[in-house]
Ligand binder design. Structure first.
Ligand code: GLN
Length: 551
């Protein structure tokens, strides 16, 4: 165990991660990597994300703008950075690990309406900042470090109350319990042939103008930073030279913890807190880095979806495929296909040479016919097929139309239909409680969300993949495959191999007479981790690998 010089009572310690200059610098990855490095030193960590936007949660935000919505076991719709945190640290995130301005304000307004403020004028300071501070320090559990990332960049108007709350916490808890890490960019100006430190200086100045002196600067750059630039940054930004950490672009995100360790990030954090560093055990990161760098072959997977222009919209899915590749020691090449492209015609050309077809989650009618075609192609050509949530629903519609002869089969998500093989379930059971929703309830927060159990059929392909008949997986959807069609679909060759324990909600379908055809109502990608690839992704990539040897 790490030796502590300072009092054991200082627990947890807080690391606040902010960003400057531009967005998209990889603050989330930096936070996740630091979490992994502290774990490698024997500490327990918890990661949190504070999002300054006004949405109550990211559930209603377009994946085009904000990337995927990451769902936790307890059913929270959160920022995709929580996915990085889980994948890197293996620690499951909770509702209480992500907050937005929208949620803070809705809590405050609720309290105000209830009269909780006893006539006080409700203001940003102290009411919003207090609510934020309470959130940061509450429910931390038994951990050594809470790493808390603030979305956006310093200077954003909407972020101001967040920075103020952090400043106050820094003051109240003291610097032996709080560390500020600021992530900035050192741009390279080709015409001058130089890396520029000025934007970093300005960003730190901005941070200091609101009362926060960073302790560590993580400077993202696309080339080595010279010693003289490091000295310059240290001098102008008032930090130690050893606290200027160079963050170079990495080949794979799974190389980032090793890279930041080499640059001394975790050492610097421990030094700040006066903790005697224990030896870091990074062997599992080294193994993964090694596997990813030396794959033995490759498979081509077509992902037929709707938000294919923005890879962040399918972040967890992409990572789960990488994990499936790790499990089989192969590289997974993803071909993103816009399903609308073959809504009307053939999809054979686009899918030729693909060793697996994956139709991910999605919403709405646009592009759905293309997804149905993709499922049909995979079924008929014996190409491994993996349908996730919407991808399962579309596979069921396809099987209903073309195997069971239910021509008009459709989902009520697209409008009224006489053959609703996919429809809105108005009641379902979570734990011991009945949950209810209706067509008219709000779009936000009314889906079947979070972890639910499923029972797998003995001798099914999924039971073989999982190695068990009882699983728990995370859900995020409003519609369900209609159990009323189970018998006719099974008679036509589509097996319902996973059901909710009460037998009402179809969770998994598969085609026994096919090399690998599985549709799941939940999102297995959310639980896949580099060190524990999800069995279905490992199995899908293994099937694709087999397929690649056939074609
Ligand atoms: N649109 C479908 C539903 O709401 C599927 C959702 C999803 O793929 N996450 O049920």
């Amino acid at each position: 165990m790490p030796q502590e010089k300072t009092s054991d009572k200082i627990r947890p310690r807080y690391v606040f991660i902010t960003g400057g200059v531009v967005s998209s610098l990889g603050k989330g990855l930096a936070s996740a990597s630091l979490g992994a490095l502290l774990q490698a030193r024997g500490y327990k960590v918890r990661l949190r994300k504070l999002d300054p936007y006004l949405n109550v949660d990211p559930g209603t935000m377009s994946p085009y703008q904000h990337g995927e919505c990451y769902v936790t076991d307890d059913g929270a719709e959160t920022d995709l950075d929580l996915g990085h945190y889980e994948r890197f640290t293996g620690v499951s995130a909770h509702q209480s690990d992500n907050i937005t301005t929208g949620r803070i304000y809705s809590n405050i307004i609720e309290k105000e309406r209830r009269g909780d403020y006893l006539g006080a004028t409700v203001q940003v300071i102290p009411h919003v900042t207090n609510e934020l501070k309470d959130f940061i320090v509450s429910d931390a559990g038994d951990v050594d470090f809470v790493l808390c990332e603030v979305g956006g960049t310093v200077g954003d108007i909407e972020g101001l109350p967040f920075f103020e709350a952090l400043r106050q916490l820094g003051q109240e808890l003291g610097r032996e319990q709080v560390l500020f890490m600021h992530v900035t960019l050192l741009p390279y100006i080709a015409a001058a042939g130089e890396v520029k430190t000025k934007p970093t200086q300005h960003s730190v100045k901005e941070l200091r103008s609101i009362g926060i002196q960073p302790d560590i600067l993580l400077c993202r750059a696309d080339r080595e930073i010279s010693q003289s630039d490091i000295s310059k940054i240290a001098r102008f930004c008032n930090v130690k030279e050893s606290a200027v950490i160079q963050g170079l672009d990495a080949r794979s995100i799974y190389d980032v913890p090793l890279a930041y360790h080499k640059e001394g990030m975790d050492t610097e954090v421990l030094r700040h807190f006066r903790l005697e560093p224990a030896e870091a055990d990074l062997s599992r990161w080294e193994d993964i880095s090694e596997t990813l760098a030396n794959p033995d072959g490759a498979v081509n997977i077509a992902v037929v979806g709707k938000y294919t222009v923005l890879p962040d919209a399918y972040k967890s899915l992409t990572e789960a495929l990488v994990h499936g590749g790790i499990a089989n020691n192969v590289k997974v090449n993803i071909k993103w296909i816009e399903s609308e492209a073959f809504s009307k015609g053939e999809c054979g050309d686009a899918l030729k040479g693909m060793h697996g077809v994956l139709v991910p989650g999605g919403f709405g009618a646009r592009g759905s016919e293309g997804k149905i075609l993709a499922a049909k192609y995979a079924r008929e050509h014996a190409v491994p097929y993996f349908g996730i949530c919407f991808g399962m629903q579309m596979a069921v519609v396809e099987a209903a139309r073309n195997l069971a002869g239910l021509e008009g089969a459709s989902s009520t998500e697209f409008g009224t239909t006489d053959t609703p093989v996919v429809g809105l379930m108005t009641e379902w059971v979570q734990g011991n409680q009945k949950q209810t929703r209706s067509k008219d309830t709000d779009l936000g927060g009314t889906m079947r969300l979070g972890s639910y159990p499923a029972v797998l059929a003995k001798d099914s392909l999924v039971a073989k993949m999982y190695g068990t008949q009882n699983i728990n997986e995370r859900h995020r959807h409003r519609y369900e495959v209609n159990v009323a069609y189970k018998d006719s679909l099974e008679a036509a060759g589509l097996k319902f191999s996973g059901m909710s324990p009460d037998g009402v909600l179809p969770e998994i379908v598969e085609i026994p007479d096919h090399p690998w055809f599985i549709g799941v109502q939940y999102h297995p990608e959310l639980k896949s981790r580099p060190f524990e690839p999800h069995p279905l992704f490992a199995g899908f990539v293994a099937a694709a690998l087999k397929q690649s040897r056939l074609v």
